[in-house]
Design a binder for this molecule. Structure first.
Ligand SMILES: [Zn+2]
Ligand SMILES: [Zn+2]
Length: 498
């Protein structure tokens, strides 16, 4: 109880700061203002951008997808969400910067001056050695999405219940508002630790929640702090099991019976507690109108210095030691290929070009956003992509994943026309100059590099990748990071916290 009080106190204390912390902004993301001034204009950007249609974050369901089925229905595509990487702690640090010529320079002096990043996961790893920040944030995002989707279901689709503490479970059961889609635009850890009650992590989510109100679909921006807790000495399971959100005891993916028991093993929702949401605090809630016309390029944060992780130099050396075939240059080529495919595929509405390179969650958000654009009948134009700077900002490794976050700087022609051919977003007279932090993932233990234009499993062309990210030639799910780097998250300059 004392711990809960402390957590609530911490949340209350931090609430005012949150507004400053997350950019303001647009669509589903930003928070405080609706104005065009805030938009950074990236269409999938995390945050502030209005456009940020598919959200930086989003989800992925590596390994196993929420429903346990390998195939995506269009409904699943919208709902299955899991975030992907995360990166939360502000840190200063060493710099590894790679210019476009692939020259790598390392400023050791700066690395020495900066304190290493405080790693919020450390105290948890002391008793749960396989605890992975990347995986946990993915899981937290999935729970956040499922938690909202469980509202208004009146006894149906309540698989999420074992992952909610008692009072929240009751709240969800009594909530009569149905939710027709959740797009997470940003998330950040605001507190974590381990005490006599076990481990806890508080995550702030910013999302657009599509609620059905009086028969109409209404977009509501919410900013919410969820506190997850696990009992003392709990061992977080491996990705496939954790992300399946099945019965915490037997893993059954079946929905719970109405009394909250697992139909397979009979365990009650409380019997086998793993990670559960024990508190949900609303920080902000705003009903949003339809998307507004936004002319001009908005490059908020472009002039901000890159946030490099304090441990970057050592992390790169360790990555080279683990994967002797790793080449920063090959990684850069792959990352830039994915960058171009994403820009051009988005503008062309060609999801087949995006699918091979995005984790499930990010892909779901992108697809969701494209559907929205269909409603608006926007035509995107994207051309002359010039990636002029490529800076590795953070390298992370744990029991399950390697993650590399890169700040990419780019100029390009970027605008959208409405159904009448009038400029709706961006600027058709000047190029956009901007940067974003892109985070790529790979399963730990994978090594080497492959041609980004081919299946990383069998080398065949990428022309038979289905919507679940499975290659039609070799049947491998290539978007899980099991074979090569895939894009998991995009953060806007003003959002990235290191
Ligand atoms: Zn069970
Ligand atoms: Zn293949």
């Amino acid at each position: 109880m004392r711990r809960l009080a402390l957590i609530l106190f911490a949340l209350a204390a931090l609430a005012p700061a949150l507004f400053a912390d997350f950019g303001d902004g647009g669509d589903y993301s930003g928070g405080s203002s609706d104005g065009s001034s805030s938009s950074s204009s990236s269409d999938w950007g995390s945050s502030s951008s209005s456009s940020s249609d598919w959200g930086s974050s989003s989800s992925s369901d590596y390994g196993s997808s929420g429903g346990g089925s390998g195939e995506f229905t269009s409904e699943d595509a919208i709902w299955l969400g899991i975030t992907v990487v995360v990166i939360l702690v502000i840190c200063g640090g060493s710099i590894i910067s790679q210019s476009i010529s692939a020259r790598v320079r390392y400023k050791a002096a700066q690395a020495e001056q900066a304190a290493p990043a405080p790693d919020w996961a450390e105290p948890i790893r002391a008793t749960d050695p396989n605890f992975s920040r990347v995986l946990f944030m993915d899981f937290a995002n999935l729970v956040f999405v499922k938690y909202h989707e469980a509202r208004g279901k009146q006894g149906k689709r309540e698989m999420i219940l074992p992952y909610l503490g008692k009072s929240l479970r009751q709240t969800v059961m009594n909530d009569s508002t149905s939710v027709d889609g959740v797009v997470v635009g940003g998330r950040a850890v605001k507190g974590a630790g381990y005490d006599s009650g076990g481990a806890f992590v508080t995550v702030i989510f910013r999302a657009n929640v599509f609620e059905i109100v009086g028969g109409a679909r209404t977009r509501t921006f919410v900013e919410q702090a969820l506190t997850f807790a696990a009992p003392p000495n709990y061992q977080t399971p491996a990705p496939d099991k954790l992300m399946a959100l099945g019965c915490p005891k037997c893993g059954s993916p079946e929905e719970l019976a109405l009394d909250g028991r697992c139909k397979s093993c009979g365990a009650s929702a409380d019997a086998e507690k793993g990670w559960q949401v024990i508190a949900a605090a609303q920080i902000k809630r705003e009903v949003k109108g339809p998307e507004q016309r936004r002319i001009g390029h908005f490059n908020r944060g472009l002039d901000k210095p890159t946030i490099f992780d304090g441990n970057l130099g050592a992390a790169l050396r360790e990555l080279h030691a683990r994967d002797t075939a790793f080449s920063l240059e090959a990684f850069r080529r792959r990352a830039e290929h994915i960058f171009r495919e994403l820009q051009e595929g988005w503008a062309a509405r060609d999801v087949a070009r995006l699918r091979p390179h995005l984790t499930d969650g990010l892909f779901n958000s992108v697809r969701f956003a494209l559907t929205r654009n269909d409603d608006l009948r926007l035509q995107y134009v994207c051309a002359d992509i010039n990636i002029y700077k490529f800076e590795v900002a953070r390298i992370e490794h744990d029991a399950f994943y390697d993650a590399i976050t890169v700040r990419m700087f780019c100029t390009m022609v970027d605008y959208a026309l409405d159904a009448q051919g009038e400029l709706f977003k961006g600027d058709n007279k000047s190029k956009r100059d901007y940067s974003e932090y892109w985070t790529f993932l790979r399963r730990s233990g994978v090594s080497g590099s492959h041609d980004a234009g081919k299946c990383p499993s069998c080398g065949a062309p990428l022309d038979k990748i289905n919507m679940a990210g499975v290659c039609g030639y070799c049947n491998a799910k290539i978007v899980s990071g099991n074979f090569d780097w895939v894009l998991a998250q995009i953060d806007q300059d003003e959002e990235f916290r290191g």
